[in-house]
Design a protein around this ligand. Structure first.
Ligand code: ASP
Length: 321
Protein backbone atom coordinates (compact mmCIF):
# COMPACT_ATOMS: atom_id res chain seq x y z
CA UNK A 1 0.00 0.00 0.00
CA UNK A 2 2.88 2.32 0.75
CA UNK A 3 3.95 1.96 -2.86
CA UNK A 4 0.46 2.61 -4.09
CA UNK A 5 0.31 5.77 -1.98
CA UNK A 6 3.67 6.90 -3.29
CA UNK A 7 2.39 6.30 -6.79
CA UNK A 8 -0.69 8.41 -6.17
CA UNK A 9 1.35 11.16 -4.58
CA UNK A 10 3.77 11.42 -7.48
CA UNK A 11 1.02 11.13 -10.06
CA UNK A 12 -0.74 13.99 -8.33
CA UNK A 13 2.46 16.03 -8.42
CA UNK A 14 2.63 15.40 -12.13
CA UNK A 15 -0.89 16.76 -12.42
CA UNK A 16 -0.24 19.81 -10.29
CA UNK A 17 2.94 20.84 -11.97
CA UNK A 18 2.25 20.04 -15.61
CA UNK A 19 1.52 22.27 -18.56
CA UNK A 20 0.90 25.94 -17.91
CA UNK A 21 1.47 25.52 -14.18
CA UNK A 22 5.03 24.49 -14.90
CA UNK A 23 5.73 27.83 -16.50
CA UNK A 24 4.00 29.80 -13.79
CA UNK A 25 5.84 28.43 -10.78
CA UNK A 26 9.03 26.71 -9.73
CA UNK A 27 9.24 23.14 -10.95
CA UNK A 28 9.44 20.28 -8.43
CA UNK A 29 12.66 18.30 -8.39
CA UNK A 30 12.20 15.82 -11.22
CA UNK A 31 11.75 12.19 -10.17
CA UNK A 32 14.57 10.57 -12.05
CA UNK A 33 15.66 8.18 -13.13
CA UNK A 34 12.41 6.35 -13.67
CA UNK A 35 11.18 3.50 -15.84
CA UNK A 36 7.73 2.11 -16.58
CA UNK A 37 6.63 -0.82 -18.71
CA UNK A 38 3.52 -2.77 -19.62
CA UNK A 39 2.16 -5.91 -17.94
CA UNK A 40 3.85 -8.16 -15.41
CA UNK A 41 6.69 -8.97 -17.79
CA UNK A 42 7.55 -5.32 -17.16
CA UNK A 43 9.06 -6.35 -13.81
CA UNK A 44 12.04 -8.30 -15.18
CA UNK A 45 12.35 -5.77 -18.00
CA UNK A 46 12.49 -2.88 -15.53
CA UNK A 47 15.20 -4.68 -13.54
CA UNK A 48 17.49 -4.79 -16.57
CA UNK A 49 16.69 -1.19 -17.46
CA UNK A 50 17.25 -0.06 -13.88
CA UNK A 51 20.77 -1.48 -13.81
CA UNK A 52 21.65 0.97 -16.55
CA UNK A 53 19.60 3.92 -15.28
CA UNK A 54 20.82 3.68 -11.68
CA UNK A 55 24.41 3.68 -12.89
CA UNK A 56 23.79 6.96 -14.73
CA UNK A 57 23.31 5.31 -18.13
CA UNK A 58 21.30 6.57 -21.07
CA UNK A 59 17.54 5.96 -21.27
CA UNK A 60 17.95 4.60 -24.80
CA UNK A 61 20.33 1.85 -23.61
CA UNK A 62 18.02 1.11 -20.69
CA UNK A 63 14.89 0.57 -22.79
CA UNK A 64 16.71 -1.62 -25.29
CA UNK A 65 18.25 -3.80 -22.56
CA UNK A 66 14.95 -3.93 -20.68
CA UNK A 67 12.71 -5.20 -23.45
CA UNK A 68 15.39 -7.61 -24.73
CA UNK A 69 14.92 -9.62 -21.53
CA UNK A 70 11.32 -10.30 -22.48
CA UNK A 71 12.08 -10.86 -26.16
CA UNK A 72 14.65 -13.52 -25.26
CA UNK A 73 12.54 -15.44 -22.73
CA UNK A 74 10.29 -18.10 -24.29
CA UNK A 75 7.95 -18.12 -21.28
CA UNK A 76 6.54 -14.80 -22.54
CA UNK A 77 4.31 -15.92 -25.38
CA UNK A 78 3.50 -12.56 -26.88
CA UNK A 79 6.96 -11.16 -27.53
CA UNK A 80 10.08 -12.32 -29.40
CA UNK A 81 11.37 -15.88 -29.05
CA UNK A 82 8.49 -18.20 -28.14
CA UNK A 83 5.88 -15.67 -29.30
CA UNK A 84 2.64 -17.06 -30.69
CA UNK A 85 2.75 -17.44 -34.48
CA UNK A 86 0.40 -16.15 -37.15
CA UNK A 87 -2.32 -18.47 -38.46
CA UNK A 88 0.16 -20.13 -40.82
CA UNK A 89 2.60 -20.93 -38.05
CA UNK A 90 5.15 -18.16 -38.68
CA UNK A 91 6.43 -16.05 -35.78
CA UNK A 92 6.54 -12.51 -37.16
CA UNK A 93 7.80 -9.70 -34.95
CA UNK A 94 7.20 -5.95 -34.74
CA UNK A 95 9.31 -3.48 -32.74
CA UNK A 96 10.33 0.16 -32.57
CA UNK A 97 12.55 2.45 -30.51
CA UNK A 98 12.73 6.23 -30.09
CA UNK A 99 15.27 8.43 -28.32
CA UNK A 100 15.50 11.88 -26.77
CA UNK A 101 16.43 13.50 -30.08
CA UNK A 102 13.29 12.20 -31.75
CA UNK A 103 15.36 9.72 -33.72
CA UNK A 104 13.57 6.46 -34.24
CA UNK A 105 13.87 3.05 -35.85
CA UNK A 106 11.42 0.28 -36.54
CA UNK A 107 11.06 -3.22 -37.93
CA UNK A 108 7.84 -4.97 -38.88
CA UNK A 109 6.93 -8.48 -40.03
CA UNK A 110 10.47 -9.58 -39.15
CA UNK A 111 11.13 -13.32 -38.99
CA UNK A 112 13.88 -15.49 -37.47
CA UNK A 113 15.55 -12.77 -35.38
CA UNK A 114 15.16 -13.06 -31.60
CA UNK A 115 15.72 -9.41 -30.64
CA UNK A 116 13.87 -7.16 -33.09
CA UNK A 117 14.32 -4.16 -30.79
CA UNK A 118 18.06 -4.24 -31.43
CA UNK A 119 17.46 -4.44 -35.17
CA UNK A 120 15.15 -1.42 -34.84
CA UNK A 121 17.95 0.45 -33.07
CA UNK A 122 20.34 -0.46 -35.90
CA UNK A 123 17.82 0.87 -38.43
CA UNK A 124 17.79 4.12 -36.44
CA UNK A 125 21.54 4.40 -36.07
CA UNK A 126 22.96 2.79 -39.19
CA UNK A 127 20.54 3.75 -41.95
CA UNK A 128 18.88 6.92 -43.24
CA UNK A 129 15.49 5.19 -42.80
CA UNK A 130 12.98 4.76 -39.99
CA UNK A 131 11.30 1.48 -40.90
CA UNK A 132 12.26 -1.80 -42.56
CA UNK A 133 9.83 -4.67 -43.06
CA UNK A 134 9.75 -8.38 -43.86
CA UNK A 135 12.49 -9.92 -45.96
CA UNK A 136 14.30 -6.59 -46.22
CA UNK A 137 14.38 -6.18 -42.44
CA UNK A 138 15.65 -9.75 -42.07
CA UNK A 139 18.34 -9.20 -44.71
CA UNK A 140 19.42 -6.00 -42.97
CA UNK A 141 19.56 -7.79 -39.59
CA UNK A 142 21.79 -10.51 -41.02
CA UNK A 143 24.07 -7.89 -42.57
CA UNK A 144 24.40 -6.34 -39.09
CA UNK A 145 25.55 -9.63 -37.56
CA UNK A 146 22.27 -10.94 -36.10
CA UNK A 147 21.92 -14.74 -36.32
CA UNK A 148 18.83 -16.39 -37.78
CA UNK A 149 17.05 -18.89 -35.52
CA UNK A 150 13.76 -20.70 -35.28
CA UNK A 151 11.57 -18.64 -32.94
CA UNK A 152 8.67 -21.11 -32.81
CA UNK A 153 9.09 -23.11 -29.59
CA UNK A 154 7.54 -26.54 -29.09
CA UNK A 155 4.97 -25.12 -26.69
CA UNK A 156 3.90 -22.35 -29.06
CA UNK A 157 3.71 -24.79 -31.96
CA UNK A 158 1.60 -27.26 -29.99
CA UNK A 159 -0.86 -24.52 -28.93
CA UNK A 160 -1.07 -23.21 -32.47
CA UNK A 161 -1.83 -26.70 -33.86
CA UNK A 162 -4.55 -27.16 -31.24
CA UNK A 163 -6.02 -23.78 -32.21
CA UNK A 164 -5.78 -24.66 -35.91
CA UNK A 165 -7.67 -27.92 -35.45
CA UNK A 166 -10.67 -25.94 -34.16
CA UNK A 167 -10.80 -23.37 -37.00
CA UNK A 168 -12.82 -23.08 -40.16
CA UNK A 169 -10.21 -22.89 -42.96
CA UNK A 170 -10.85 -19.27 -44.02
CA UNK A 171 -12.09 -17.83 -40.70
CA UNK A 172 -10.89 -14.32 -39.93
CA UNK A 173 -8.83 -13.75 -36.77
CA UNK A 174 -11.02 -13.08 -33.78
CA UNK A 175 -11.04 -9.67 -32.18
CA UNK A 176 -10.97 -10.30 -28.44
CA UNK A 177 -9.40 -9.13 -25.23
CA UNK A 178 -6.93 -12.01 -25.06
CA UNK A 179 -4.21 -13.28 -27.39
CA UNK A 180 -1.86 -10.37 -27.02
CA UNK A 181 0.50 -8.44 -24.68
CA UNK A 182 3.19 -6.20 -26.03
CA UNK A 183 6.03 -4.96 -23.91
CA UNK A 184 6.27 -1.19 -24.13
CA UNK A 185 8.75 0.71 -21.97
CA UNK A 186 9.48 4.39 -21.32
CA UNK A 187 12.55 5.52 -19.34
CA UNK A 188 13.77 8.86 -17.99
CA UNK A 189 17.49 8.89 -17.22
CA UNK A 190 19.50 10.84 -14.65
CA UNK A 191 20.22 13.49 -17.29
CA UNK A 192 16.49 14.03 -17.72
CA UNK A 193 16.32 12.44 -21.16
CA UNK A 194 13.48 10.19 -22.27
CA UNK A 195 13.47 7.16 -24.58
CA UNK A 196 11.03 4.38 -25.35
CA UNK A 197 10.86 0.88 -26.82
CA UNK A 198 8.01 -1.36 -27.91
CA UNK A 199 8.17 -4.98 -29.11
CA UNK A 200 5.68 -7.79 -29.77
CA UNK A 201 4.85 -10.90 -31.73
CA UNK A 202 1.50 -9.21 -32.29
CA UNK A 203 -1.99 -10.61 -32.16
CA UNK A 204 -1.89 -14.40 -31.91
CA UNK A 205 -2.90 -16.30 -35.07
CA UNK A 206 -3.19 -13.08 -37.07
CA UNK A 207 -3.31 -13.17 -40.87
CA UNK A 208 0.10 -13.73 -42.42
CA UNK A 209 1.55 -10.31 -43.19
CA UNK A 210 -0.44 -8.45 -40.53
CA UNK A 211 1.41 -5.60 -38.81
CA UNK A 212 0.01 -4.03 -35.64
CA UNK A 213 0.55 -0.74 -33.89
CA UNK A 214 3.73 -1.70 -32.05
CA UNK A 215 6.29 -0.83 -34.76
CA UNK A 216 4.45 2.30 -35.88
CA UNK A 217 5.93 5.47 -34.44
CA UNK A 218 3.10 7.53 -32.96
CA UNK A 219 0.76 4.54 -32.67
CA UNK A 220 2.50 1.93 -30.47
CA UNK A 221 5.15 4.29 -29.12
CA UNK A 222 5.95 7.98 -29.03
CA UNK A 223 8.53 10.07 -27.18
CA UNK A 224 8.92 13.84 -27.13
CA UNK A 225 11.79 14.81 -24.88
CA UNK A 226 10.16 18.14 -24.02
CA UNK A 227 7.01 16.48 -22.75
CA UNK A 228 7.02 12.74 -22.10
CA UNK A 229 6.60 9.35 -23.69
CA UNK A 230 3.85 6.76 -24.09
CA UNK A 231 3.53 3.11 -25.12
CA UNK A 232 0.46 1.10 -26.10
CA UNK A 233 -0.74 -2.46 -25.73
CA UNK A 234 -3.87 -4.20 -26.91
CA UNK A 235 -5.75 -4.43 -30.18
CA UNK A 236 -3.30 -2.69 -32.50
CA UNK A 237 -5.82 -1.86 -35.22
CA UNK A 238 -7.73 0.33 -32.76
CA UNK A 239 -4.55 2.06 -31.61
CA UNK A 240 -3.43 2.78 -35.18
CA UNK A 241 -6.77 4.40 -36.02
CA UNK A 242 -6.23 7.13 -33.44
CA UNK A 243 -2.39 7.27 -33.58
CA UNK A 244 -2.68 6.49 -29.90
CA UNK A 245 0.69 7.24 -28.32
CA UNK A 246 1.17 10.51 -30.16
CA UNK A 247 -2.24 11.45 -28.84
CA UNK A 248 -1.23 10.62 -25.26
CA UNK A 249 1.89 12.78 -25.55
CA UNK A 250 -0.11 15.65 -27.04
CA UNK A 251 -2.58 15.44 -24.14
CA UNK A 252 0.38 15.67 -21.73
CA UNK A 253 1.67 18.67 -23.68
CA UNK A 254 -1.70 20.33 -23.10
CA UNK A 255 -1.17 19.95 -19.34
CA UNK A 256 -2.79 16.64 -18.48
CA UNK A 257 -1.00 14.33 -16.09
CA UNK A 258 0.05 10.93 -17.49
CA UNK A 259 -2.94 8.89 -16.29
CA UNK A 260 -5.38 11.54 -17.45
CA UNK A 261 -3.64 11.72 -20.85
CA UNK A 262 -3.91 7.92 -21.17
CA UNK A 263 -7.58 8.05 -20.16
CA UNK A 264 -8.37 10.68 -22.79
CA UNK A 265 -6.64 8.58 -25.46
CA UNK A 266 -8.65 5.52 -24.38
CA UNK A 267 -11.83 7.62 -24.64
CA UNK A 268 -10.80 8.51 -28.20
CA UNK A 269 -10.28 4.83 -29.02
CA UNK A 270 -13.73 4.09 -27.60
CA UNK A 271 -15.35 6.86 -29.62
CA UNK A 272 -13.86 5.53 -32.88
CA UNK A 273 -14.48 1.81 -32.30
CA UNK A 274 -18.09 0.67 -31.96
CA UNK A 275 -16.81 -2.75 -30.86
CA UNK A 276 -14.77 -1.29 -28.01
CA UNK A 277 -16.33 -3.57 -25.38
CA UNK A 278 -14.79 -6.56 -27.16
CA UNK A 279 -11.24 -5.25 -27.23
CA UNK A 280 -8.50 -4.29 -24.85
CA UNK A 281 -6.40 -1.17 -25.43
CA UNK A 282 -4.11 0.26 -22.78
CA UNK A 283 -1.58 3.07 -22.61
CA UNK A 284 1.20 3.89 -20.17
CA UNK A 285 2.92 7.26 -19.99
CA UNK A 286 5.85 8.89 -18.21
CA UNK A 287 6.37 12.63 -18.32
CA UNK A 288 9.48 14.77 -18.22
CA UNK A 289 9.02 15.34 -14.47
CA UNK A 290 8.96 11.60 -13.75
CA UNK A 291 5.22 11.35 -13.10
CA UNK A 292 3.59 8.28 -14.60
CA UNK A 293 0.24 6.65 -15.18
CA UNK A 294 -1.70 4.11 -17.19
CA UNK A 295 -5.25 3.60 -18.42
CA UNK A 296 -7.04 0.91 -20.40
CA UNK A 297 -10.46 -0.21 -21.55
CA UNK A 298 -10.74 -3.47 -19.60
CA UNK A 299 -9.56 -4.04 -16.04
CA UNK A 300 -6.67 -6.39 -15.54
CA UNK A 301 -4.00 -4.21 -17.07
CA UNK A 302 -1.02 -3.77 -14.77
CA UNK A 303 2.16 -1.92 -15.45
CA UNK A 304 5.54 -1.97 -13.73
CA UNK A 305 7.21 1.14 -12.30
CA UNK A 306 10.60 1.75 -10.78
CA UNK A 307 11.98 5.04 -9.51
CA UNK A 308 14.51 5.98 -6.85
CA UNK A 309 11.59 6.42 -4.45
CA UNK A 310 9.81 3.21 -5.36
CA UNK A 311 11.02 -0.37 -5.76
CA UNK A 312 10.09 -2.16 -8.95
CA UNK A 313 6.33 -2.58 -8.46
CA UNK A 314 3.32 -3.69 -10.45
CA UNK A 315 0.51 -1.12 -10.36
CA UNK A 316 -3.05 -1.40 -11.65
CA UNK A 317 -3.89 1.09 -14.36
CA UNK A 318 -7.13 3.03 -14.39
CA UNK A 319 -9.76 1.44 -16.57
CA UNK A 320 -13.03 2.22 -18.28
CA UNK A 321 -14.86 -1.05 -17.61
N1 ASP B 1 -0.55 -4.17 -29.82
C1 ASP B 1 -0.12 -5.48 -30.25
C2 ASP B 1 -0.59 -5.70 -31.65
O1 ASP B 1 -1.70 -5.34 -31.97
C3 ASP B 1 -0.57 -6.59 -29.41
C4 ASP B 1 -0.81 -6.30 -27.95
O2 ASP B 1 -0.21 -5.48 -27.35
O3 ASP B 1 -1.68 -6.90 -27.37
O4 ASP B 1 0.13 -6.28 -32.40
Amino acid sequence: MANRRTFLRWSALGATFSGAALEACAQPAPVRPAVISTWNHGLPANMAAWEILSAGGRALDAVEAGVRVVESDPQYRSVGYGGRPDREGHVTLDACIMDERGDCGSVAFLQDIKNPISVARKVMEETPHVMLVGAGARQFALSQGFSPENLLTEDSEREWREWLAQQEPEAMPEINVENHDTIGMIALDAEGNLSGACTTSGAAYKLHGRVGDSPIIGAGLYVDNEVGGAAATGWGEAVIRVVGCHLVVEFMRQGHNPEEACRLAVERVISKNPDWRDIQVGFIALNKQGAYGGYCIQTGFDYAVQTREMENTLLPSGSRI
